[in-house]
Design a protein around this ligand. Sequence first.
Ligand code: NAI
Length: 332
Amino acid sequence: MSFKAVVVGAAGGIGQPLSLLLKQSTLVKELALYDVVNAPGVAADISHINTPSIVKGYLPKDDGLQHALKDADIVVIPAGVPRKPGMTRDDLFNINASIVRDISVGIAAHAPKAFVLVISNPVNSTVPIVAEVLKKKGVFDPKRLFGVTTLDVVRASTFVSEAAGKPTESLEYRIPVVGGHSGETIVPILSQTQPSSNFDQSTLEGLVKRIQFGGDEVVKAKDGAGSATLSMAFAGARFATAVLEAASGKSSQQPEYTYVHLSADAGGKEIESSLPGKAEYFSVPVLLGKNGVEKILPIGNTTDYEKKLLETAVSQLNGNISKGVSFVESSK
Ligand code: NAI
């Protein structure tokens, strides 16, 4: 089984390597690359790779977005502007909110059944924006909309394996990361680290900070040239592949962590009622299936320290979520 995949924002720092990685997937039969600039160039380049998928590039002219989205099974969105030093993800809201809203209008019209994977920041608000647009058009399915938070999980395993003195074994390390995707809304549950690791409290707090603010290390090192692109492309491709593998019928008992509307499954409602406050959206452990979210698993036991982290995350997230919802309500 293979699918039509669309990358919206395909000519960007994330879009290009993400498109390259998706071109390597045998689960993709058609790869549509859309951007407001340079998408045909990126598509021409990638199309010379001798893997089975057909690659086409689209610009806004001649209804490019509509043609790119038509019959899509999965739409991955890394469109928008990235951070510069000193900026938070929320500082991107003013520009990226309208970009994501307009793309969502296209998805509602031309690919209403597609899996939608949102990378554009601030994810905590852009996912509610997509949901509100799809709701307005009567095509919202919470099982098919995902905020991509995989990079937080990827960073957690890298940083924890380093701290455990086993940097080459990072693939072995599995750490649940829940909440949202910015600063203190990112909550690594280090007490559930597999293989189990005993860190003292100060190492633990250092690790939590590093996972929460790992993106800043990249923004600072790039010194004005943007934020994480290559590690994000890796993480985005990993998550997109998991969604497609599940859609093709290959089930996995390994959860993916992703930011979803908690109505996607009964397990989400249980998590919502166990959280220290209201949270309509949360990054949670999800088992994927043919139709997207198949089951939301419980977050599991947390320490008192992690409960405090969850409290902070929930209070910040609510503001981010309402901001996205109000933006669509106030849009024409
Ligand atoms: P970039 O500036 O290199 O690329 C963005 C691309 O989007 C550009 O090619 C631009 O032409 C395109 N674009 C702008 N408006 C568009 C529209 N209306 N339709 C289609 N394409 C449009 O930025 P980069 O570094 O690729 O980052 C993209 C987004 O991903 C940013 O918002 C960034 O904050 C976010 N990001 C998310 C992460 C996550 O973990 N979810 C991690 C890192 C970045």
